[in-house]
Design a protein around this ligand. Structure first.
Ligand SMILES: O=C(CO)[C@H](O)[C@H](O)COP(=O)(O)O
Length: 254
């Protein structure tokens, strides 16, 4: 019989957040800092290690205004992709992870900056608790799509008709359902001044690569929350402890 008390979801998030930094961040690195309640702990750990002197000369690129504020409060040196385009590592959470390590991201509305930063990292390390693991992307968490405010309802309808997204229900994100800012009509507004459409699926997206490509080709879409072929490693915390999938880790087991 296990004597270990069950950990809360926050404790699991802290475990993977801290491990990602302990395993992957070294002095002198350029580091992408993700957004969300799991990435929060990775940012906290970077701040702790810089303050104690265990890490030196680390410069970080935040993926949202929220993360920038947290990092600044911890005195973490920051820059943008304008100053440094090559990152040693980026660390972020995810909303869903499938066995091919494809992700749904953007629950917090930061998907555009996350993708811009994370695609430039030599290693993109994903940190999740086991509730995020899924057999197929889609039904467990709505897929966010960032769109321009101009004629947003037209873009929403166009997205809902894309063949690779057949059967989805497209819902414009309102202010109360995210951490984003809110405009006069109560619509959620991203850090980039755009809107978000959340795509709700009853069954898994059959071909995430086709879905990603069709979304990207849709005029009015800025970017989407499908992160395919980007994760180097996924660090998972669950009732059995921490397991690592991907490069330098196990084959995905879920
Ligand atoms: O993509 C994201 C924000 O845009 C987050 O990484 C994702 O929503 C997971 O967040 P959390 O760790 O709070 O569950």
């Amino acid at each position: 019989m296990s004597t270990r008390a069950a950990m809360t979801q926050d404790e699991l998030k802290k475990l993977v957040g801290y491990k990602s930094v302990d395993d992957h961040v070294e002095s002198g690195m350029v580091v992408g800092l993700g957004t969300g309640s799991t990435a929060y702990f990775a940012v906290e750990r970077v701040g702790q290690k810089l303050a104690s002197g265990e890490l030196k000369n680390v410069i970080c690129i935040p993926t949202s205004e929220r993360t920038r504020e947290q990092a600044e409060s911890l005195k973490i040196p920051l820059c943008t992709l304008n100053e440094k385009s090559e990152l040693d590592v980026a660390i972020d959470g995810a909303d869903e992870v499938d066995p091919a390590l494809a992700l749904v991201k953007g629950g917090g509305g930061a998907l555009l900056r996350e993708k811009m930063v994370e695609v430039m990292a030599k290693k993109f390390v994903v940190i999740v608790d086991e509730s995020k693991l899924c057999k197929g992307l889609g039904p467990g968490f709505p897929l966010p799509v960032e769109i321009t405010p101009f004629c947003h309802m037209h873009t929403l309808r166009t997205i809902a008709k894309l063949p690779a997204l057949a059967g989805c229900e497209a819902i414009l994100r309102m202010g109360s359902s995210s951490n984003n800012k809110i405009d006069g009509d109560n619509i959620a507004v991203t850090d980039n001044g755009n809107y978000i459409v959340d795509l709700h699926f009853k069954s898994p997206i059959k071909d995430p690569v086709a879905a990603a490509s069709q979304l990207k080709n849709c005029v009015g879409v800025v970017d989407h929350g499908l992160f395919v072929d980007m994760a180097y490693q996924v660090i998972v915390a669950g009732s059995d402890g921490i397991r690592v999938a991907g490069t330098d880790g196990e084959k995905p087991w879920w």
